[in-house]
Design a protein around this ligand. Structure first.
Ligand SMILES: NC(=O)c1ccc[n+]([C@@H]2O[C@H](COP(=O)([O-])OP(=O)(O)OC[C@H]3O[C@@H](n4cnc5c(N)ncnc54)[C@H](O)[C@@H]3O)[C@@H](O)[C@H]2O)c1
Length: 376
């Protein structure tokens, strides 16, 4: 198959969908890979490494879209890319269709095959192409929190791990899923005293078994949260209720219970946030202060570490990309239910229920399309 990797053009997006190692794998399986010049630069992969791995560099995005049967990207196409997309072209990237009717209608009109990273789903309902970004954000939450606890950045001026003879900081993590687990591990590793809360007792049992000594697990409820925030130096919001807005576990009135210089990192801000006073911020201007409490609410935290994020993402996407390239999208989706779940909009038809419901569009059963003749 002919695979094309355009350079991401969304503002501040430095990730790339394929590394030189990925090019080499695809080439080994007999595929041809075209990469737009400088596409990997933001993640630390120069053109020469792609060429050495067997890619052909193309100077413009038009040429990449013009030649490729499968386009591999990171972010959803933006308006200037719509007209470059060809009928039946396979697009493998994050789409988040339900949040953009314009994008959904544009992809329907183009007749492309849109396989969305975020809905590729395993039989245990986990989302293998979202997990890597949660891992990055969870680990980063502690790094950022530690930084903003410093006095010049308006924090309490406390070192996360303390020193011999001085107590370490207290870190409260709300939610013990992927983000929360990674955050708790990092904070514990730095020597902080960590409180990890979740509403699932089964999850707390598991976490209590695997976490180091300096992590306590506590059931999440309003009473316990009100108690813990009085003593916490850093609070990390990491809850998720799938398909719903995050619940406001910390309400505005609770800020008064916190000590001045407490730092809040609301990783769940992309789902509305679990701290009422949080609203999305950017890497250019990551924090704001309310009631002497520092709020860090960057909605795309992994964007600040494109090298790590690109490798984490492509480690997870490459095995699926290989299946798509080796078999074509129809056979690959017939053989692998995880990939089939990633199909959202196919040749002008919406095949994913969440997208059809979001914009009251007719839902076409994906099985109908998989019975047809191959198109890619
Ligand atoms: N800001 C960013 O850059 C960024 C990056 C990656 C992920 N995220 C977001 O981080 C959030 C967490 O993602 P995840 O992958 O860890 O999800 P996850 O599903 O793995 O974990 C969520 C956890 O929250 C728990 N939970 C639900 N309600 C709770 C409550 N009331 N109190 C305590 N715990 C509760 C669940 O039991 C679950 O263990 C999501 O909103 C995700 O979109 C943000």
């Amino acid at each position: 198959m002919i695979i094309g990797v355009p350079k991401e053009i969304k503002n501040n997006e430095n990730r790339v969908a394929l590394t030189p190692a990925g090019v080499s794998e695809l080439r080994k399986h007999g595929h041809t890979v075209y990469v737009q010049a400088t596409a990997g630069e933001g993640s630390g992969f120069p053109d020469e490494e792609y060429v050495a791995a067997g890619a052909t560099m193309l100077p413009t995005i038009e040429e990449v879209y013009g030649i490729a049967e499968m386009i591999m990207k990171v972010k959803e196409p933006i308006a200037v890319e719509y007209d470059l997309i060809r009928e039946n072209q396979l697009l493998f990237t994050y789409f988040h269709f339900a949040s953009s009717e314009e994008l959904t209608r544009a992809m329907i009109a183009k007749g492309a095959v849109c396989l969305a990273y975020e809905t590729v789903e395993k039989s245990d309902r986990s989302l293998p192409l979202l997990v890597p970004m949660s891992e990055v954000a969870g680990r980063m939450a502690v790094q950022e929190g530690a930084k903003y606890l410093e006095k010049p950045l308006k924090g309490r001026g406390i070192l996360l791990g303390g020193v011999p003879g001085v107590k370490p900081a207290r870190v409260l993590v709300l939610g013990g899923g992927i983000v929360g687990t990674q955050a708790a591990k990092m904070a514990a590793g730095l020597g902080a005293h960590v409180i990890l809360m979740d509403i699932s007792l089964a999850r707390l049992r598991y976490l209590s078994d695997i976490m180091p000594e300096n992590v306590d697990t506590i059931m999440s409820n309003e009473y316990n949260i009100r108690e813990e925030i009085k003593h916490a130096d850093l609070i990390i919001g990491a809850v998720l209720i799938p398909g719903a807005k995050a619940p406001h576990l910390i309400t505005r009135d609770m800020l008064k219970l916190m000590r001045p210089g407490t730092v809040l990192v609301d990783v769940a801000v992309d789902q509305g946030g679990c701290i009422e006073t949080c609203s999305p911020t950017t890497h250019e201007n990551p924090t704001f202060i309310i009631d002497d409490v520092v709020h860090y609410c960057v909605a795309n935290m992994p964007g600040a570490v494109p090298y790590t994020s690109t490798l984490a993402l492509t480690n997870a996407t490459l095995p699926y990309a290989l299946q798509l390239a080796n078999k074509g999208w129809q056979q690959a989706c017939r053989d692998n239910a995880e990939l089939k779940a990633g199909l959202n909009v196919v040749e002008g038809k919406v095949v994913y229920k969440g997208v059809a419901d979001a914009f009251s569009l007719p839902l076409v059963p994906v099985a109908e399309l998989l019975e047809q003749e191959e198109t890619v």
